[in-house]
Unconditional design. Structure first.
Length: 364
């Protein structure tokens, strides 16, 4: 199913203007920058058994080779490093985590990595890298508390997280060079890895987290009545967020749209949700398919439901056919049965896939 989402056509019939959309996106980004500055300016720490701390403990730390060489080395080691801490990799289905990032949620954590040229301009921006990307979660309130805080939001279900292992490793190396010093020919870092995680990747992950919040809210996921409060003052955007959501929902319902049109109509911190939901070029491997399909299952349910209530049935018939075949194949080929999902959760996901098949247009 993730391949159908990834392969949606780029062409769109147009996006309707949404008052205050640009203001909302700009102010959310400004709030997140305030949070970044706060957490990067003081010493915080995650628990020593955080999954990312366990992952970084597996790294071969090398300061005697170039940045590019180190990045490429970790890229080659990504499946092995992920396997050691039971992440989902190209070689191993991994395990389902409980509350590693979101207390109360079940989480699939995918170890990823891609070839990239680490230029000087890229390297200078290391503090803003986001090696942890939140693909999906069930929340609909803007959040300014980093993902390492043990505070539970109202909600249940699944989250899917992608960890760019070589980018995380390189960000950690850059931080270590800033925080450490040479002692008798050995590089010694005065702060623990848990401080790095608390101040950089888990704070920067709030960008993708809140992008999913915007998408969820526009697709009729209800916000919690008692959302988590920001640890410091940020601009209160609740009213403008609600106004933007109502405007987006009005446009989504009032005309026939393709799935691409729907995603491009929804605001995003990355331009639009068509861009935000891309997973890049990935090989469709059985080991990772369960996690990637889980990452887009709720989105497909939301989009197909919207298609059915907005008189857009038939507008994306080829996509519907492809999606039906992919969802049906996931059941018939036993993708979920062979996944690390435990019995009760496996049955829950299988039921959700079956429900998706039921709401797809007849003849799909």
């Amino acid at each position: 199913m993730f391949r159908v989402l990834n392969n949606l056509p780029r062409t769109s019939s147009g996006v309707q203007p949404v008052p205050q959309k640009d203001y909302l996106i700009r102010e959310v980004q400004r709030n997140l920058q305030t949070i970044q500055n706060h957490y990067q300016g003081f010493t915080f720490a995650v628990q020593s058994d955080h999954i990312l701390a366990l992952l970084l403990a597996q790294l071969p730390m090398r300061y005697d080779i170039s940045v590019q060489t180190y990045y490429d080395m970790i890229l080659d080691l990504t499946p092995e490093l992920g396997n050691r801490v039971k992440l989902t990799t190209s070689r191993y289905a991994g395990k389902l985590f409980d509350g590693a990032f979101y207390p109360g949620l079940h989480e699939a954590i995918i170890a990823t990595g891609e070839s990239r040229l680490i230029s000087r301009d890229v390297l200078d921006n290391w503090r803003n890298w986001s090696p942890v990307r939140i693909v999906t979660h069930p929340y609909a309130n803007l959040r300014y508390i980093p993902l390492h805080r043990k505070q539970v939001e109202d909600g249940r279900g699944f989250a899917v997280i992608m960890v760019d292992v070589p980018l995380l490793a390189l960000q950690y190396r850059m931080w270590s060079l800033v925080m450490g010093h040479n002692v008798d020919g050995k590089w010694v870092v005065k702060e623990p890895v848990t401080s790095f995680l608390a101040s950089f990747p888990l704070v920067n992950a709030l960008y993708s987290h809140n992008d999913v919040v915007i998408r969820n809210r526009c697709l009729w996921v209800s916000p919690a009545k008692n959302p988590l409060k920001s640890p410091i003052y940020v601009n209160d955007l609740d009213n403008v967020f609600s106004q933007v959501v109502l405007s987006v929902q009005h446009h989504l319902l009032r005309r026939r749209r393709s799935y691409t049109d729907m995603l491009k109509q929804i605001p995003s911190l990355y331009g639009d949700q068509y861009q935000a939901t891309r997973m890049g070029y990935i090989v469709d491997l059985r080991q990772t398919r369960w996690a990637r399909d889980l990452g887009c299952l709720s989105l497909w349910q939301q989009l197909v439901t919207l298609q059915n209530v907005s008189e857009s049935v038939g507008f994306s018939s080829q996509i519907d056919n492809d999606l039906y075949r992919a969802a049906d194949r996931s059941l018939k080929e036993g993708n979920w049965e062979s996944s690390p999902l435990p019995g009760d959760l496996r049955r829950e996901v299988i039921a959700q896939v079956a429900d998706l098949l039921k709401i797809l247009p007849a003849g799909a």
